[in-house]
Design a protein around this ligand. Structure first.
Ligand code: KG4
Ligand code: ZN
Length: 340
């Protein structure tokens, strides 16, 4: 018997990227992301500008996604969209668009939790990519999130650790800002760190009980460290850029690894799947691969395209919800904060 083909249109607009994807079952046919360069000038995402850019981008992005997938909108079986968490104005653009289109085409609407989508991005079918098996631990690290989640099935997940202040991406970006690097500074810290000595400047790790994280103290520590040294030598940053970046990155990785080790010990689960923009970090990737040998873990790192904010990850969750007929009503609302 031929398997039925389910075509999902997915829309992601939680922060500063407008994205639309088409999936046929668990296969991605297109995944279009319009990045908003406008925020670079401001050193961070400006919510008002993000909403306006989503409004400008949403129609062309959906249009390109459908064309690139080689289908027409009449082929679609459902529309999945990011309900939250995120910036309210940004979420409203994608949510209202998804609602209108599902009504016009008379197909089901499926509201998706962005954080769960980062985790289930691992189930997008990709040649050569081995999907995790349940149960596994997901470490979601991005500019907006830092969580360790115990994942028991597609629909059964429990947050067992999360940040109490800044997200790990913010720790990278704010440290970069202190060093005078442009936004987003995470990739630049990664680049300079590759030439530096990670033990050159030891920073203290925060003492947070259990599986929760804290990054705001580290940022303050780095700020004072830089101010003190620049007062003595105005060229301190330029002369030590690689070592400073390597030391910051090393400290952040150690904070993440300490909590992961604790999570593995507490749950007895040693499959780790990472997601979110920060998982692009080369140091984190290398450290996790080393942990496979050192601790016998199995680690999963998806294709970069599916780790940063993208609609394909919303689409894969949409597909699994479609199979279960978990549909949303037309009065579903966007939520800046959303229960997990
Ligand atoms: O998932 P993402 O694209 O957007 C959300 O925040 O949801 O993540 C963006 C974050 C930024 O903080 C950026 O600096 C960080 O991911 N990032 C990195 C690297 N690439 C992106 N941080 C460290 N090393 C990288 N290579
Ligand atoms: Zn995200």
């Amino acid at each position: 018997m031929l398997e039925k083909k389910i075509y999902t249109l997915a829309i992601e607009s939680s922060c500063d990227d407008t994205s639309a994807a088409i999936l046929c079952n668990d296969i991605v046919l297109s995944n279009i992301v319009a990045r908003q360069a406008i925020h670079e000038e401001y050193g961070g995402v400006v919510p008002e500008l993000a909403s306006r850019a989503h409004q400008q981008n949403i129609v062309p992005v959906v249009d390109v996604a459908i064309k690139k997938a080689g289908i027409t909108k009449e082929d679609l079986n459902c529309i999945a969209f990011t309900q939250g968490p995120g910036l309210m104005g940004s979420l409203l653009v994608g949510g209202s668009f998804a609602k209108s289109m599902s009504m016009a085409l008379d197909i089901p609407l499926i509201a998706i939790n962005h954080m769960k989508a980062h985790i289930l991005a691992h189930f997008i079918a990709e040649d050569g990519y081995e999907k995790p098996t349940f149960p596994f631990l997901a470490l979601t690290i991005s500019g907006g999130h830092t969580q360790i989640v115990k994942v028991t099935s597609f629909f059964d997940m429990e947050i067992i650790g999360e940040t109490t202040d800044d997200a790990v991406g913010e720790a990278f970006d704010k440290s970069a800002k202190i060093l005078g690097l442009p936004y987003p500074g995470g990739p630049l810290i990664d680049k300079f760190a590759q030439e530096g000595n990670p033990k050159a400047f030891p920073f203290t790790k925060p003492k947070v009980p259990g599986l929760n994280f804290s990054f705001s103290g580290l940022k303050t520590q780095i700020l004072y460290f830089i101010q003190k040294n620049v007062a003595q030598n105005p060229n301190f940053i330029e002369e030590n850029k690689a070592d400073i970046c390597a030391s910051i990155q090393h400290t952040i990785i150690q904070i993440l690894m300490d909590k992961l080790k604790l999570a593995v010990a507490e749950t007895g689960i040693n499959q780790i799947a990472i997601g979110g923009g920060v998982s692009a970090n080369s140091g984190i990737r290398t450290t996790l691969k080393e942990a496979e040998k050192k601790y016998g873990w199995k680690t999963y790192i998806p294709k970069f395209e599916y780790t940063t904010d993208n609609a394909a990850m919303i689409g894969i969750v949409g597909y699994y919800n479609f199979l279960e007929e978990n549909f949303s009503n037309a009065d579903v609302v966007s939520k800046a904060r959303i229960e997990f």
